[in-house]
Design a protein around this ligand. Structure first.
Ligand code: AOS
Ligand code: ZN
Ligand code: ZN
Length: 392
């Protein structure tokens, strides 16, 4: 059985310092194109979403930032929201722009052929930059639903030119200590061609913008069988991996809990992160969750996800790098693979329990939350009123 002392001091300190950013929308009701089931106690506004996110941080000690989605999380007074977050021991993370809800965006936002709608979408991003100023956020996160459903519906190349121009206008409005991160997704809601379908397209736009533009890798946004850790490695080599949106997919963009569908893939991704020394808090890579809890309670769902990322990270830190390099250089295929599998197959849960106890936390965050009475309290208190969902 491994314990904390099996990690070298540097690895141990990286694990202790690792933080995972939570998405505000994970605390609202969400669903598929079918029925959106509600869960009792769901937050009714962004203030309550932050209160719930703060519980995840309180029990894991590893989730001190919450990413907002604008306009879903619009409030009259963003400074008050910032103060509220701080009073709960968390702070505002990335600001996500939402230019996929209005009827105006039927044919796209930053790529729209109608100049007045494209200008509206650019203004929506400038508004997000104002929210960043008020909340102390340093990152604008852009995911676009833009694309076309049929060949010939619009000009593929002209859409890229419009995107290029729109992004440049938005980038120009960022201050020196702010950055933009651009997410890609190979399909959905557009089915024939998405305007930012892959990491290469995102990277090209980021490189054209400047050093403060980086790529977001959402683990659910790839075709089945894609080698995601290869993309992670390549973006790290280019110094352009800005953030992860962690989740699990079985079929499409399922947004299930990270580490649920393929914990081995999560380990392989974290192995590339450790290999590139990108776990350091100042590496510039944000580890974020982008998940929806359609059936399960949201707070425990987020706690479980944070724990899954920590487990994959601890395993990646346990890889015997010297033995791995030696086996690789010797051309010993089985030994090299064996080194990785040994780390992956290690039960790191006791090690993480020890780490939490050292921080003064309960060894099992999920059990501690379930025993806390918080769930029963919010279920009793938050009866009535409109519950915040995906889009509220
Ligand atoms: C959409 O598929 C993307 O993953 C985005 O990150 C999106 O903003 C998020 O899922 C909230 O809907
Ligand atoms: Zn995402
Ligand atoms: Zn997604």
């Amino acid at each position: 059985m491994v314990s904390l002392s099996d990690l070298d001091p540097q690895a141990r300190s990286l694990l202790e310092q690792q933080t995972i950013e939570l998405p505000s929308w994970a605390f609202g009701n969400s669903g598929t194109r079918f029925k959106v089931f509600t869960t009792a106690g769901t937050p009714r506004d962004p203030f309550e979403k932050l209160a719930d996110a703060a519980r995840v941080n309180a029990y894991t000690g590893a989730a001190p930032r919450v990413s907002l989605h604008i306009p879903w999380d619009r409030v009259d007074d963003f400074e008050a929201l910032k103060v509220h977050a701080e009073s709960l021991g968390v702070r505002i993370g990335m600001i996500n722009s939402n230019v996929f809800q209005d009827d105006d965006y039927k044919f796209g936002s930053l790529c729209n052929p109608d100049e007045s709608i494209r200008a509206k979408a650019i203004r929506a991003h400038l508004d997000c930059i104002d929210v960043m100023g008020a909340t102390g956020s340093d990152s604008l996160k852009v995911w676009l639903a833009d694309g076309i459903n049929y060949p010939g519906q619009d000009d593929l190349r002209a859409r890229q030119e419009r995107l290029d121009d729109s992004l440049a206008q938005i980038y120009a409005a960022l201050s020196r200590n702010q950055q933009m991160v651009l997410e890609y997704k190979f399909f959905e809601p557009a089915f024939y061609a998405t305007d930012v379908p892959d990491w290469g397209t995102s990277l090209m736009h980021c490189q054209a913008l400047g050093p403060r533009a980086k790529v977001v890798l959402d683990t659910g946004h790839h075709a089945p069988g894609t080698n995601i850790e290869f993309i992670v490695m390549q973006l790290l080599r280019a110094g352009r991996l800005g953030a992860f949106d962690f989740n699990s997919r079985f079929y499409a963009d399922d947004d299930l809990m990270v580490g649920a569908a393929d914990p081995f893939q999560l380990f392989r991704i974290l192995h590339e992160i450790v290999r590139a020394d990108a776990l350091r808090p100042d590496s510039g890579v944000t580890f974020m969750l982008d998940q929806c809890h359609n059936l399960e309670d949201k707070i425990p769902g987020e706690i479980r996800s944070v724990m899954n990322v920590q487990e994959a990270t601890a395993k990646a830190l346990l890889v015997d790098r010297e033995a791995l390099t030696a086996a690789q250089l010797a051309g010993d295929v089985l030994a090299a693979n064996g080194v990785l599998m040994d780390a992956y197959n290690t039960d790191v849960r006791p090690l993480l329990a020890e780490l939490r106890e050292e921080k003064g936390l309960a060894p099992d965050p999920l059990a501690a939350y379930l025993a806390s009475g918080y769930q029963a309290r919010i279920e009793a208190e938050r009866i009535g009123g409109a519950q915040a969902g995906w889009g509220a």
